[in-house]
Design a binder for this molecule. Structure first.
Ligand code: S3P
Length: 170
């Protein structure tokens, strides 16, 4: 006898590097009965190498193409999951809303700098220069807002952010 299982919609977390997408995503998955998928980790496992190496050896455009392809795959094939996206995914794909309910984790740049340590920075090629990272942050804010179904304040502790998301998606 087959198992009958009804998949809830995906929840897609977007926001700048360091906004807490992975931490909030894992907790949200547990609390909402979904699986958790980190889009950066998905690309790394498919490529068999880490993102800094992909940037260094192949360049940013190559990484963006992989990111776009992974968005297509997730929109077509993934259900019942909380998806934590890389900070640039909303820029490279039109398919976010086909992936699920899109939640923007909004947070001030200063707060991100406080949170992110040097080990975390070294895993993010676009965070190596603080001034450039802030320019990127400013350019992307409006895009994140326009792509989101729901915007939440991500400066609160992860548990509170999760509560807020659960209240707003149901
Ligand atoms: C990027 C964000 C990173 C990663 C890559 C590029 C970006 O993901 O995808 O380094 O363009 O903002 P996180 O947002 O998970 O750090």
């Amino acid at each position: 006898m087959g198992i009958s299982y009804r998949c809830p919609d995906n929840i897609v977390l977007i926001g700048f590097m360091g906004s807490g997408k992975s931490t909030v995503g894992r907790l949200l998955a547990r609390e909402s009965g979904r699986y958790f998928l980190d889009a950066d980790t998905l690309i790394e496992s498919q490529q068999g190498r880490a993102i800094p190496e992909i940037f260094e050896k192949e360049g940013e455009e190559y990484f963006r193409a992989l990111e776009r392809e992974s968005a297509e795959w997730m929109a077509a094939c993934v259900r019942g999951t909380v998806i934590s996206t890389g900070g640039g995914m909303p820029i490279v794909t039109e398919r976010l809303r086909d992936m699920g309910r899109v939640v923007y984790l909004e947070i001030a740049f200063e707060k991100i700098v406080e949170r992110i340590d040097s080990a975390q920075r070294s895993r993010r090629p676009l965070f190596s220069d603080l001034e450039k990272a802030e320019e990127l942050f400013e350019r992307r804010r409006k895009i994140y807002e326009s792509r989101a179904d729901i915007t939440v304040d991500a400066s609160a502790p992860a548990e509170r952010v999760v509560e807020e998301i659960l209240k707003r998606v149901s």
